[in-house]
Design a protein around this ligand. Structure first.
Ligand code: ASP
Length: 243
């Protein structure tokens, strides 16, 4: 079954990035009359769905999955699934508690329903939520997520350390918190999946057996190996080796 998957880092704050997001979204859902939006990474499901209905620029029906009494049954009525960003812990809790993990996986992997996920929505396309940046504001029944792709994503990735300014016109100060690749190397003490750090404004689009990097750079982090940075246009296989 060929799958249509679009996974974005987020950070779509410029006009140019917004235009790219909208064009990739409309291409991903081009054959869809009705897309189910999954707003559970936010706690304002109605407001978030309404905002994203406009922001996504999609033309067909755009319906919040929370509007259904039985959200699993909604999956039988729609022909696209879009999972929005926000807090990954909230999102994962709701996906498990509403019994949606298996049914979304089945819809995408067995029925070929196009999937898009941005930020938290990209995190949950991976085998586990354990490479999120979010604070654990709630308990989750399990860290297991949809497993639509065999690798892990760290969204909003940036390389190196952090420098910040306390005042707009002040000097830069160094922040001594861990870098992302340090955090990912901690993940690799426990699990083996390769991790792709998506810089803001970047996407992975599934193309047959490969994933095409679009928009911005990405960092490939494999257990025990040096981080490798790749440019937009790179084709990656499921184990995150370059094709
Ligand atoms: N909070 C992020 C988002 O925008 C997810 C993350 O950084 O892990 O959805």
């Amino acid at each position: 079954m060929s799958m249509k998957i679009l996974l974005g880092s987020g950070g779509v704050g410029t006009d140019e990035r917004k235009a790219m997001y909208q064009s990739l979204m409309s291409e991903n859902f081009s054959d869809c009359d009705k897309v189910a939006f999954v707003p559970y990474a936010s706690d304002d499901h109605d407001g978030y769905t309404e905002r994203m209905s406009g922001f996504s620029g999609l033309e067909g029906d755009f319906v919040g999955i929370h509007e259904y009494e039985d959200p699993v049954s909604a999956l039988g009525e729609v022909d696209g699934i879009y999972v929005g960003g926000g807090n990954t812990w909230l999102l994962v809790r709701e996906l498990h508690e509403r019994g949606l993990v298996g049914p979304i996986r089945e819809a995408v992997m067995s029925r070929g329903i196009p999937y898009a996920g941005v930020s938290a929505g990209a995190n949950v396309a991976c085998p586990t939520m354990q490479t999120t940046n979010d604070m654990p504001i709630t308990m989750v029944p399990s860290y297991e997520t949809l497993g639509l792709v065999p690798f892990q994503i760290n969204p909003h990735y940036y390389p190196g350390g952090i420098w910040f300014r306390e005042e707009e016109d002040g000097g830069f100060l160094k922040h001594f918190g861990e870098t992302r690749s340090r955090r990912v190397s901690e993940f690799h003490r426990i699990r083996d999946e390769p991790v792709i750090g998506l810089f803001e404004g970047s996407y992975l689009r599934q193309n047959g057996d490969f994933f095409e990097l679009l928009g911005n750079k990405a960092a490939l982090m494999r257990k025990g190996e040096e981080t490798v940075t790749v440019s937009p246009g790179t084709l990656l296989s499921g184990d995150l080796t370059t094709a």
